[in-house]
Ligand binder design. Sequence first.
Ligand SMILES: *Cc1c(COP(=O)(O)O)cnc(C)c1O
Length: 358
Amino acid sequence: MSTLIDTLINDNLVPLKPYESARRLFSGGQDWLNANESPFANDYGVDSSSFNRYPSCQPKSVVNGYASYANVTKEQLIVTRGADEGIELLIRTFCTPGKDNILICPPTYGMYAISAETCDIGVKTVPLKSDFNLDVEGICATDNVNLVFICAPNNPTGTQVARADIKTVLEHFSESALVVVDEAYIEFDADNTWATEINNYPNLVVLRTLSKAFALAGLRCGFTLAQAPVIQALLKVIAPYPIPEPVAQIAAQALSSDALERLQQQVSELNQEKAALAAALAAVDGITLVGDTKANFILFRFAKASALMAYLVSQGMLIRDQSKQLNLSNCLRVSIGTKAQNQRLMNLINAFLQEDAA
Ligand SMILES: *Cc1c(COP(=O)(O)O)cnc(C)c1O
């Protein structure tokens, strides 16, 4: 049986392994600070009266709600099953398998490369500089790429990307590639959005999600913003009924003015907690903060990172090991949780250090 599967499977899939998402790597535990989710679970209701019908391909309430939130027109946006589907749609729409390439700047979010590999698209890599700024010269010296992925704020370094650098990249590739600015964490650094520049750059694409600041990772709802011709091309590829009706109903509620006010409160609470946790971590002997804290997580380096990680997991405290990423040896990433969770994390780290010293 397995020989049949082995002969049928696409050649480019043979070396691939299923993505090691935070949720797949660890289950159980009590404190989930490993997937940059929000610690707040907000309440929603659904109306089942139309569940017997296929949903709208692009539900109006969600399109209009998000367009108004992001200051774009409804023609400049497509709703997807998370930003992850936006990444895959961009690759399937704008890259020809076996021929075209994307460009990524590691250390960064893993799904750009994984989506490309599953579609038999090449991945060209221009690492971030040692201070995690873009290597603009290196990027502009790379040819034969159709999509340039820039994550801003970047996961897992938490660093923002200089606006002048993105501008240079947009202009350099104006005739040859789309520049995709992944703004999954933009609510934590709202002044730096590129959504407001969509009208100025036909090759600018912005990715957004409800999974992080909006506290709806379980919903699987994201957005791709760009000028209308890009959106029209993506609509050729997206499935006919990509957004389940319950998802559309809840997303629309999450975009109401009351919910947006709650979002702002939760973001400012998380930003305060982040500052407190960053200070507490930085005060620990042997811990150095790495990158910046423009998103809802903190990256730090610790010589005994893997032992600390194992200890935390054994105590039900899940964080994310980033030490396999380029230039991030011994680095761990912790998502900002509730005050109580962050305090528990610090207590456990101090307990580990005492045991370790004993
Ligand atoms: C979490 C994350 C995503 C995925 O968002 P979903 O909407 O949950 O698919 C995309 N990009 C980055 C940088 C992320 O951290």
